[in-house]
Design a protein around this ligand. Structure first.
Ligand SMILES: Nc1ncnc2c1ncn2[C@@H]1O[C@H](COP(=O)(O)OP(=O)(O)OP(=O)(O)O)[C@@H](O)[C@H]1O
Length: 238
């Protein structure tokens, strides 16, 4: 069943068609990666889904509801949750307190401590529970923010380059975290440059190029596509 259905989505900046008549479907339960060379239009497409950029044309439907004209906070109410590239955590609050800010909206007061402990374990941050979040390593900050996005119990989790700036070890741990979230039923769409991460996690991959969907398939299918290799090598009209 489709969780997110996008039809004819278009956006231009001046004469540049950054999103050009894009149709895209994300099934409930999927873990899907969106890739493409620099300037392909991934971030703009991501921002259109979030509602921070308005489309010129087209339709976005989440779980059967047309959200095309909803503001970002209204989309969050409809079950979207996002983690941006730059961590949006509260640096002076402890790791537990950060989780509390995200959990308190949909968790009873008597269940809160248990939920925080559960999330700390899941994120591998139990030993850091009382530390100010600003003291965490770069990777740990990203995991905390993914955890905070998940505390909102999203239907759809959007991740913008979750492994940017991470070591290979942190990247792999992030992959395992994202896979286990998906195994718990969260549908995930990830914009990512790191192909090791994409290979590790993705069930389906969409390749964007020049504002359009250029290729779609399993990781193996997309990697074996010589046209995809060509656009990454800069032969832009492959
Ligand atoms: N607000 C804007 N005004 C004008 N041009 C824009 C704007 N936002 C994006 N663009 C242009 O649209 C094109 C696509 O940009 P976008 O950031 O969506 O691509 P991307 O695939 O995310 O790239 P990267 O991988 O480098 O982040 C680029 O040429 C960019 O310069």
């Amino acid at each position: 069943m489709a969780l997110l259905e996008i039809q004819g989505l278009s956006k231009h900046f001046g004469g540049l068609h950054v999103t050009a008549d894009v149709d895209f479907t994300l099934d409930a339960g999927e873990l899907h990666c969106l890739i493409g060379p620099n300037g392909a239009g991934k971030s703009t497409f991501f921002r259109l889904i979030l509602g921070v950029v308005s489309p010129d044309r087209g339709k976005i439907v989440l779980a059967g509801k047309d959200i095309t004209r909803l503001k970002p906070f209204q989309r969050v109410h409809e079950g979207m949750s996002v983690k941006f590239q730059v961590p949006g955590i509260f640096k002076t609050l402890s790791v537990s307190q950060n989780l509390q800010t995200a959990l308190q909206h949909n968790c009873d007061a008597d269940a809160l401590a248990g939920k925080i402990a559960e999330m700390l374990d899941f994120l591998g941050l139990a030993a850091e529970a009382r530390s100010p979040a600003g003291n965490l390593s770069h990777g740990q900050k990203q995991w905390l923010e993914i955890g905070m996005a998940v505390c909102l119990k999203p239907r759809l989790l959007l991740l913008d380059e979750p492994t940017a700036g991470m070591s290979p070890k942190e990247t792999e741990a992030t992959g395992e975290l994202v896979k286990s979230l998906n195994a718990q039923g969260v549908t995930v769409l990830v914009v990512e440059h790191d192909m090791a991460f994409v290979r590790q996690v993705a069930q389906r991959v969409t390749v964007m190029h020049l504002g359009r969907i250029f290729a779609q398939g399993t990781v193996e299918e997309v990697m074996a596509d010589s046209r995809v290799e060509a656009i990454y090598l800069g032969r832009s009209h492959a």
